[in-house]
Design a protein around this ligand. Structure first.
Ligand SMILES: [Zn+2]
Length: 262
């Protein structure tokens, strides 16, 4: 028994990647490079935990090397810097397609999708990512790779999907992750008001130039996921548009990385 415990401890501590791989990743990932030292260290531990717990399966002939997998894991763990590895509970699969993937429209048990690109033919649509409530996260590598190496304001697919995973932890995908009761009440009030304001803006003018991606108006859970993308990639814009929401996300995710994106 003691020997088994020892082996288990050794296995858990065996590094899945070394100093060199981690440094290479930081050098090519502006979001990760913009973290303070304590957060970088925490992210490194979370990334190792992610790689231990989640099976990353490339699909359709895609090949992902160890560096690609580490990059995916690290960006997926950005939303867990305060919440912790508990955010990985309830699912164990990440399926990665080379690019946008085609799914049946409105299929039974449809997951929360992101950015429907276009209806390609009747009954089908292309997606960049989706998260099943109790199932896999599905991602497009083309989009993920671009966003990791050259992040743009308001766009970070894997963070969007992780927000859905955190949201679903309490059994209800409704735009509110599990939180202490008082905070959750205030969160629901503030997010609800901001979501309603965005919806009103689009009701008044469907072509309105909204401050954030109008996709956020689709549902409360999409509003939370989209605002999470802005927290990490365009925090000033989020603060200026929805200060109460931005304050909740700073408390939930920690301070955003320092970076200068156009
Ligand atoms: Zn979504």
């Amino acid at each position: 028994m003691a020997a088994w415990r020892g082996w288990r401890r050794w296995w858990r501590r065996e590094p899945l990647f070394g100093e060199a791989e981690w440094s290479t990743l930081l050098a090519r990932s502006p979001l990760l490079a913009g973290l303070g030292d304590p957060d970088r260290e925490r992210l490194r531990e979370l990334s190792a935990e992610f790689l231990r717990r989640q099976t990353i399966t490339p699909a359709q002939g895609l090949r992902l090397d160890a560096g690609d997998r580490l990059a995916l894991a690290a960006h997926a763990c950005l939303p867990l810097l305060r919440f912790g590895a508990e955010g990985l509970r309830g699912w164990s699969q990440v399926i990665v397609h080379p690019g946008a993937f085609r799914v049946e429209q409105g299929r039974h048990g449809a997951p929360h999708e992101m950015d429907t690109l276009e209806v390609v033919h009747e009954g089908f649509e292309d997606r960049e990512g989706e998260s099943w409530e109790h199932g896999p996260m599905v991602l497009s590598w083309a989009d993920l790779h671009t966003e990791m190496t050259e992040p743009e304001p308001g766009r970070q697919l894997v963070i969007h999907e992780m927000a859905h995973k955190l949201d679903a932890l309490d059994g209800l995908m409704d735009g509110t992750p599990p939180l202490p009761r008082d905070w959750q009440r205030q969160w629901a009030l503030d997010f609800g008001a901001a979501f309603a304001a965005l919806q009103d803006e689009l009701d008044a003018d469907p072509e309105a130039e909204t401050a954030i991606d109008p996709y956020a108006a689709e549902a409360p859970e999409e509003f939370f996921a989209v605002c999470s993308e802005y927290h990490f990639t365009a925090p000033e814009l989020l603060r200026a548009s929805y200060p109460a929401v931005a304050a909740h996300l700073e408390r939930f995710y920690g301070a955003p990385p320092t970076l200068s994106l156009r």
